[in-house]
Design a protein around this ligand. Sequence first.
Ligand code: LCV
Length: 259
Amino acid sequence: MPLVLTQLSDDIGTIIMNNSEHLNMLNSAMVDDMLAAFALLENGGARVIIIRATAGAKVWSAGHDINELPLAGRDPLPYDDPLVTILRTIQASVLPVIAMIEGSVWGGACDLALSCDILIGSPHASLTMTPAKISVPYNATGILHFIGIMGVNIAKEMFFSAQPLTAERAQKLGILNHLVPLEELETFTWHLAGSIAGNSPLSIRVIKEQIRLLANAHPLSPQTFERVQGLRRLVYHSDDYAEGIRAFQEKRPPVFNGS
Ligand code: LCV
């Protein structure tokens, strides 16, 4: 069974995460198939792309495959990590990308959903940011991404609490563009995608890239960047990082000792 289904109709491309049995975990195989789907649609004439899970999926995506996280002492989210790669691909795509979210979204999959240009959710959608749950040091690009979208206070609450942000609250905060009844979600998303597909693709392509460049214009001094990277090494060299992964795999609450 393919991990990803790709459809193209009326200039609207759809990438369906088709591994709900494994909660659409963003492991390297799933990401490879998503990257291939992106290339197919971008070269196949799509004017807009919808990313979704299969209908009825309770979990949109459980995020990074924890079993693919490197052992303690290595950066868990390096530049060439499959999850980080798909985030960059979505953000840099010349096509507008819509996340159609029916279920719960976890960890790095939140970053994937937020990398899309427009988020449309049903009342069953939720976003839960999990680095602190498994003692993973999130990366600078990702943290800036969250701050840019939701502001420092909501980003802190999401990262510190690892509690779900409900669809209703996400919509009030402007994180979800639209909160739509489940039975209308597909039609509403398709209609919005159609309105985009009917507009100038060149103008949209240029405006998307302008927004990306201007929204990410963070003057980071080399010293600040090195400091951020040094802070991350503190975590991924820690016992807590190894404990977070071990506890998940052993299905027990983690016992963090802060070192
Ligand atoms: C591997 C999994 C996963 C999974 N990896 O079903 O953002 S960061 O920095 O944290 C980043 C590194 C990241 O994205 O990390 C991953 C963050 N994701 C999570 O923490 C979500 C962990 N999963 C869950 O909390 C639950 O699985 C949810 C609530 C998503 C679904 O719960 P449900 O009861 O429906 P299970 O928990 O029984 O999961 C079914 C199987 O999938 C595995 C899980 O270990 C279980 O495996 P077994 O069938 O072998 O018992 N699984 C779930 N998520 N991200 N494996």
